[in-house]
Write a protein that binds this ligand. Structure first.
Ligand SMILES: [Zn+2]
Length: 301
C-alpha cells in the first residue's frame, strides 16, 4: 500500500505522533486586532488550552511514558510560560508556529521574516533553545518561509500534505524532512466552532468526532506508516474528548507495536534511514510563477 516504506526503530509497525498546536487566544488577536482584547468568550476558549488542557494532556503523557511535540506561537510562549515550561520539564518538543499565528501568505517576505525572528527570540528566551521543527499557521507555508527555515537551520517542516509518510524536500541544494499533515487527522473540522474567524461547523460528539482518527490509525498500522494527529489543546483537550483519547492510548500501547515519538526524533530517523534507503524526494519550488500568468501571457502573444 505504501511505496518505499520506512522501517521504524525496534521493529515497530507504525510511527505515531500526536502533535498539539497550542494556539491559545492568538487566533482572536490576529483575526480581530481592533477589539480582540474585549472579546472575552473567544479569549477564554483559547486560554482553556494552556491553563486547563495542557496540564491534563501532560499528566496523561507522563503516566503513559510518552514524549510528544507541541507547536506554540511565540506570543503564546511569552504569554503562557508555565505551560511551555511544563512541556519542557517533561521532555516534550516545542516547535515554531509563527509569532501571533500570522498567516504567511498574507504577508510580504520581509514582514514574515520579522514575525519569524520575533518567534525565534521567544524560543531562545523562554524555551532556552532554538526550535528544529516548524508548522505554518493554517498550514500556509510558502517559499519565503522555506528560505527562513534554511537560514535558521531547521531540520523539518510539518505543513505540507504530499504523502502519507515522511519524505524529503530539496530546496536551494539543501534538504528538509517533511512530516506531512492532512485535514483527516486535524481536530479543527470535527470540533472547532469559531464564528469570529468564519469557522462554523456542527460540533461532533467525542465518539463520532474521534472515530475517523482511529480509522486513520488502523490504515497506517496495517501499512507500516505514520499516524500523525494535528490537534489543539482547547479542542481535543476538553474533558470528554480527552477521556476517550486517553483510553485509546492506553489500549494501543498495550495491544499494538507502535513507536510514539516527538516529530524531531522521527524526522532524524527518516534522515538517517534515507542515507541507505530510498525515500521519496520532492523538489521545491513546485512552480516559479502562477500557471495562469503563463497561460495568459502565452495566449496574448
Ligand atoms: Zn495553529
Amino acid at each position: 500500500m505504501i511505496r518505499n516504506p520506512i522501517q521504524w526503530p525496534n521493529g515497530a509497525q507504525c510511527a505515531c505522533a500526536i502533535t498539539f498546536d497550542m494556539d491559545a487566544d492568538s487566533l482572536i488577536h490576529i483575526s480581530r486586532p481592533a477589539d480582540s482584547h474585549d472579546r472575552l468568550y473567544p479569549i477564554s476558549m483559547g486560554k482553556y488550552g494552556p491553563e486547563i488542557a495542557v496540564p491534563r494532556i501532560l499528566q496523561s503523557y507522563e503516566r503513559l511514558g510518552l514524549k510528544q511535540s507541541f507547536f506554540v506561537p511565540g506570543w503564546c510562549i511569552e504569554q503562557y510560560p508555565d505551560a511551555v515550561e511544563s512541556m519542557l520539564k517533561h521532555g516534550h518538543e516545542v516547535g515554531h508556529h509563527g509569532y501571533l499565528h500570522e498567516d504567511p501568505v498574507r504577508h510580504s517576505n520581509d514582514e514574515q521574516a520579522e514575525w519569524f525572528g520575533k518567534a525565534m527570540d521567544a524560543h531562545k528566551r523562554v524555551v532556552g533553545n532554538v526550535p528544529k521543527g516548524y508548522r505554518a499557521p493554517v498550514y500556509n507555508i510558502n517559499q519565503g518561509v522555506f528560505d527562513l527555515l534554511l537560514e535558521y537551520d531547521f531540520e523539518y517542516d510539518s505543513s505540507l500534505m504530499g504523502d502519507d509518510i515522511p519524505y524529503l524536500l530539496e530546496y536551494r541544494d539543501q534538504q528538509l524532512v517533511e512530516m506531512p499533515v492532512h485535514w483527516g487527522t486535524d481536530d479543527w473540522p470535527p470540533f472547532a466552532h469559531y464564528e469570529e474567524i468564519g469557522y462554523m461547523m456542527p460540533v461532533k460528539g467525542p465518539t463520532d468526532g474521534l472515530q475517523p482518527f482511529w480509522e486513520e490509525f488502523d490504515a497506517h498500522y496495517e501499512a507500516g506508516g505514520f499516524f500523525h494527529c494535528i490537534w489543539h489543546p482547547f479542542l481535543t483537550g476538553r474533558l470528554a474528548r480527552w477521556r476517550k483519547v486517553e483510553t485509546w492510548l492506553e489500549n494501543t500501547l498495550v495491544e499494538k507495536n507502535v513507536w510514539f515519538a516527538p516529530l524531531r526524533d522521527i524526522a532524524r530517523h527518516v534522515r538517517s534511514w534515507a542515507q541507505d534507503n530510498p525515500v521519496r524526494t520532492e523538489q521545491l519550488p513546485y512552480y516559479s510563477e502562477p500557471p495562469l500568468t503563463t497561460a495568459t501571457t502565452t495566449a496574448r502573444s
